[in-house]
Design a protein around this ligand. Structure first.
Ligand code: FES
Length: 364
């Protein structure tokens, strides 16, 4: 299977969700319908030249599974976020490079399940897609969504969420948690952290142990805290799904991949490895100095267009298989143990350990 590639899509609609967030809808032409098929919870990677820099960012799809011919993502402006700021200026008719859906934070629709969705801020975007898809596609399933925000003006997709409440009464429960606005029900005030989740569970407002699947999306500290709380409440690990888009403060991924030499982790690495890249059936060899470059940064310097998105070890877009030789990753937030066992690595994090390294980007 070919590695993911960008396609130029036209923006069909832009909707202001909050003062600092928009929903951007792309028109999907018939010939790209298959390429842009998705599972609820996946994201699109957008690409643009911003101030002369080739930048990419991933944004979750909020569309329901059955929607055809359109895909909508939610983009919230973040402090100093050049891409998220640029996205707020996009308008209908603009064309932008978009990579087909990716991501493993997904729900397979079918069956009869209890879902618990824990979202904070723009983390509601994939949860909205999951909720819409489950409620429409699983008539016997129910969804409880706990949605944390600073205040009511920062709530994204409020109309969509209220519409789900009206349409699926008895199957969709929405609970808002706010830390800068006092709500009538005292227990719903404050931060969505482990203590809050334990309190809500003890009052029967959420029932994590009864859930068949728990999806958590938000800033990394919230994800860590909520995952720990779910485990403490007796939820088995295999029921908890989460996805990191934003790492902990201080370790934000670069707009474009930057070399991040880490001598402790490249112990034994070769300063001048020959790395053969297999991509779309073609082979090309580049030189990589593991002391200064990852495979991805070296490939970019060599003018090779490898697939990547976050450049931070989180999204798996740059996944490839080691066919010969070995490499060490600086970080890995996304590959599963079985994938590492099978020889997969992340090119944005990989530094060669051997004089020769062969990486297959077409391997699945
Ligand atoms: S580009 Fe996201 S993990 Fe490498």
């Amino acid at each position: 299977m070919a590695a993911p590639r960008f396609h130029e899509l036209e923006i069909a609609a832009v909707r202001k969700e909050t003062p600092d967030a928009v929903a951007i809808t792309f028109a999907i032409p018939d010939e790209l319908g298959e390429a842009f098929a998705f599972l609820p919870g996946q994201y699109l990677t957008l690409r643009a030249d911003i101030g002369g820099e080739d930048m990419r960012r991933s944004y979750s799809i909020c569309s329901p599974l059955l929607e055809t011919g359109r895909r909508t993502v939610g983009v919230k402006r973040i402090a100093d976020g050049r891409f998220s700021g640029f996205a707020q200026t996009l308008k209908v008719g603009d064309r932008i490079q978009v990579m087909p859906p990716q991501g493993r934070f997904t729900a397979q629709i079918g069956g009869d399940h209890e879902y618990l969705l824990l979202a904070a801020g723009s983390g509601v975007t994939p949860c909205l897609s999951i909720a819409k898809s489950v409620l429409a596609g699983e008539p016997d399933s129910s969804v409880t969504m706990l949605y944390a925000n600073r205040n009511s003006s920062s709530v994204m997709f409020l109309d969509d969420l209220n519409d789900l409440k009206d349409r699926y009464t008895g199957r969709f429960t929405l609970l808002h948690v706010m830390d800068e606005e006092v709500q009538d029900v005292e227990i719903m005030n404050g931060r969505l952290d482990a203590a809050k989740l334990e309190t809500l569970a003890s009052h029967g407002l959420i029932d994590p142990k009864a859930a068949d699947a728990i999806y958590i999306c938000g800033p990394e500290p919230m994800i860590r805290s909520a995952s720990a709380a779910m485990a403490a409440l007796g939820v088995s690990e295999d029921k908890i799904k989460f996805e990191l888009f934003t790492p902990a403060p201080g370790s934000a991924p670069a707009a474009s991949p930057k070399p991040a030499p880490n001598p402790a982790k490249v112990n034994g690495a070769k300063h001048g490895s020959s790395v053969q890249i297999i991509l779309d059936g073609a082979r090309r060899t580049i030189e990589v100095d593991a002391g200064t470059d990852t495979v991805l940064t070296a490939a970019m310097k060599a003018g090779l267009d490898l697939p990547y998105s976050c450049a931070g070890g989180m999204c798996c877009t740059c996944r490839c298989k080691i066919v010969e030789g070995s490499a060490t990753m600086d970080e890995n937030f996304s590959l599963e143990p079985w994938e590492i066992e099978a020889g997969f690595t992340l090119s944005c994090q990989a530094r060669p350990d051997t004089e020769k390294l062969v990486l297959d980007f077409d391997a699945q």
